[in-house]
Design a protein around this ligand. Sequence first.
Ligand SMILES: NC(=O)c1ccc[n+]([C@@H]2O[C@H](COP(=O)([O-])OP(=O)(O)OC[C@H]3O[C@@H](n4cnc5c(N)ncnc54)[C@H](OP(=O)(O)O)[C@@H]3O)[C@@H](O)[C@H]2O)c1
Length: 347
Amino acid sequence: MKLRVYNLCFLGFGNVNRTLVRLLEDRRQELREHHGIDFRITGIASRRLGRIAHANGFDSAEVLAWAADAESGWSRTKVSSPQEPQPHDVRSWLAAADADVLFEATSLNVETGEPAIDHTRAALEHAAHAITANKGPVVHAYRELRDLAAAHGKRFLFESTVMDGVPIFSFFDELPAIHLHGFHGILNSTTNLILGEMETGMTFDDALKKAQALGVAETDSSHDIDGWDTAVKTAALITVLMDHPIRPHQVARDGIRDLTPQALRNARRDGWPFKLVCRAKRVGDEVRASVQPEKVRATEPMARISGTSSYIYFETDIFPGLAITEENPGLYATAHGMLADFIRAVG
Ligand SMILES: NC(=O)c1ccc[n+]([C@@H]2O[C@H](COP(=O)([O-])OP(=O)(O)OC[C@H]3O[C@@H](n4cnc5c(N)ncnc54)[C@H](OP(=O)(O)O)[C@@H]3O)[C@@H](O)[C@H]2O)c1
């Protein structure tokens, strides 16, 4: 099989993109043998690192060492780049790195989606595929970026934005000419974990500490607890799969702050445990969406979603009910969504 070699750039070098670099290196042989794909890492950028580029490709061992060092706060390595001074903006960085693919994994800005939208736009205008784990570009600029990608003959893909890389968006690519009427589910690990712990008597604060220690809570945990994370994911699913652009603040939203351990224990005992449930339903030309704690019957699949697992149930005209459960994912699941998007984009 003839190998095609792609120049890869990573914008944001936190948990997701560092894990993706490790996964790519781990699967390099498989990509070569089964997909005819090889790659060079030619650009890495973050706020603290700045923008480094090397169009001939950085040494893999060096990149893995940077990933380890970034985890411990950039304490050991002096990262140097053949491009000195560093490119002054994302566009010149993509040009210096001769990018074929951008992996965008910067922090989410719920209100505007920026600067991730601009990063994505820059990649597509550079004629690189844009792959993001950041929900901002999906909920604030999906149609623009989809059309921009098409105009440049490239792909804008975002499988890792909802359910950590479980192929939800591409699942619907395999279901052509189907109509999605609505969905419901549990999409946030932190709140699901906290509710489960509080049912056993733990206080809210201790349960949150546990979620943070496990590394599942967002840096700003209020984002999870107040339902924003679920609302953004719900908006992303509605925007893309129901072809109905909706912003996160248009999702009726309530978080889990007002639930007490006592209320949660009683609800579980009575056979109606609380879950933070998202719902979307097409009503005429509108889509009604909500995120709120709901009591669900103990025999329903949602009641059995525990810990950091998540669940989604789609209602379509052809299949009345299609459900996906994801059991306790890790960062490699998110990174895998981006790896799979890479193969889809260049395949
Ligand atoms: N973690 C998960 O399990 C998961 C799952 C699905 C989706 N996501 C999404 O994936 C994205 C990344 O998550 P993460 O866990 O990797 O976050 P993270 O560990 O906090 O890393 C974020 C990275 O983005 C960089 N960054 C932030 N703003 C930037 C900017 N304006 N310009 C350049 N770099 C910038 C940060 O740079 P500095 O470190 O230099 O400040 C850091 O390297 C987020 O949007 C998140 O919602 C995460």
